[in-house]
Write a protein that binds this ligand. Structure first.
Ligand code: HEC
Ligand code: HEC
Length: 353
């Protein structure tokens, strides 16, 4: 019996060794408490090697015209991968039309960009690299540069099991890195896990954002009460009058051409707001106080304003100064300082080279 067992142990050890030698190591992300289950991409399963390759590409200026600019030039970890500016600024110094969003918890986000025009992280990657006012590099040149690099050749081989390198594989690797960027250790998460308590003001803020007659935030900033901070939809929150205004960014209507989509933008997460100012698609608000003032008394009741902006007819919720403070205090508890300092998401270049 002992002999059989020993044989079994050796066989399993050999098998697992074999598995490691043969291909990359698959990664199963853990679903944090109160988050929806993590969707798994069948066409691009996560592996340790894939995430590492994606991280390198994300930080590598090789993907820009003069090799001076990377994804991380605009998406900086200290700002939860936004940039601290009202609107993004590209390689040639041009100001873009929109605010650079933070990047976290995108594994749950089926629609990307403020107007939802990209339907996967893989598809999203293609835009910034080739756009003249962002990284300004032809994909054919990008791939040529990567092929010349010995370390990249080895890394692509270990991730994809082949020496063939193309733009689709570059996009897949970057998407893997982005899927690994989960932020779930804010004070709010620690409270949910029973490790800490909210202050009185933070607790009042939490009640207010849930209360349909008060803050009424959660119709849009959660689905089914999960802790993502957004339901991922693209709606008009009554920020301004967009109809017949061709000078403003008309959001989703630019993509669909439909008047009913004017002013519709992707609902950003309430997480990590401490790091991602300024706010909204055009970075119009510098502070959370300004955001809450808008929801309290600045809402425009346009025909396209989403009906879930329940008090739009009265211009907003009309909160007291104390209620506004409480909401801001609660929002801040959803920011995760361990995410902005997590070495797993920082530049691989500064550490090793
Ligand atoms: C010049 C600054 C800049 C660079 C460089 C840049 N981005 Fe962005 N990124 C932006 C801006 C601005 C947006 C929003 C654009 C929009 O919605 O139209 C954005 C949007 C995104 C989104 C969508 C996020 C969401 O929640 O919908 C992802 C993902 C992303 N970028 C990843 C990348 C990757 C990967 C790279 C490198 C290949 C990159 N970005 C390079 C500025 C930049
Ligand atoms: C009808 C849906 C809806 C409701 C209700 C709603 N929001 Fe929003 N929220 C949005 C949309 C859409 C945006 C982005 C709008 C834009 O950029 O044009 C947004 C943006 C924000 C932002 C900016 C985040 C960033 O990263 O730029 C904050 C903060 C915010 N909302 C907080 C709140 C609070 C607090 C409440 C309740 C008082 C609330 N929201 C209610 C849809 C909603």
């Amino acid at each position: 019996m002992k002999g059989v067992l020993l044989f079994f142990v050796v066989a399993v050890a050999l098998l697992s060794l074999q598995w490691k030698v043969d291909g990359p190591t698959f990664v199963q992300l853990k679903t944090p408490l109160a988050f929806p289950e993590i969707p798994v991409s069948k066409s691009n399963p996560l592996t340790e090697e894939g995430i590492e390759l994606g991280r390198r590409l994300f930080y590598d200026p090789i993907l820009s015209a003069d090799e001076s600019f990377s994804c991380a030039s605009c998406h900086q970890q200290q700002f939860a991968f936004s940039d601290g500016k009202s609107k993004g600024v590209g390689i040639h110094g041009d100001t873009l039309v929109r605010n650079t969003p933070g990047l976290f918890n995108l594994v749950w986000s089926p629609q990307l960009f403020w107007d939802g025009r990209a339907h996967s992280l893989e598809a999203q990657v293609f835009e910034p690299v080739r756009k003249h006012n962002e990284m300004d590099l032809k994909w054919s040149v990008a791939v040529k540069r990567i092929k010349k690099n010995k370390q990249y050749r080895a890394m692509f081989q270990s991730v994809f099991g082949s020496t063939k390198i193309d733009s689709v594989k570059v996009a897949k690797a970057i998407a893997q890195f982005e899927r690994s960027m989960i932020s779930s250790n804010s004070k709010f998460d620690q409270v949910l896990r029973g490790e800490r308590f909210l202050s009185e003001s933070e607790y009042r803020g939490f009640i207010l954002i849930n209360d349909q007659n008060k803050g009424n935030c959660l119709h849009c900033h959660t689905s089914d009460g999960d802790a993502l901070g957004t339901n991922g939809q693209i709606v008009n929150n009554g920020l301004q009058q967009y109809r017949n205004d061709n000078t403003s960014d008309r959001g989703m209507a630019n993509i669909t051409g439909s008047e009913k989509d004017v002013g519709k933008f992707k609902i950003p997460s309430l997480r990590n707001l401490v790091f991602t100012a300024p706010y909204m698609h055009d970075g119009r608000f510098e502070s959370l106080e300004e955001v809450v003032d808008f929801y309290s008394e600045g809402v425009i009741n346009a025909p396209e304003t989403n009906p879930r902006m329940a008090n739009a007819k009265q211009g907003g919720m009309h909160l007291s100064d104390q209620e506004k403070k409480d909401i801001v205090n609660f929002l801040k508890t959803m920011s995760d300082s361990s995410f902005v300092s997590n070495p797993a998401f920082s530049s691989p270049f500064e550490q090793n080279e």
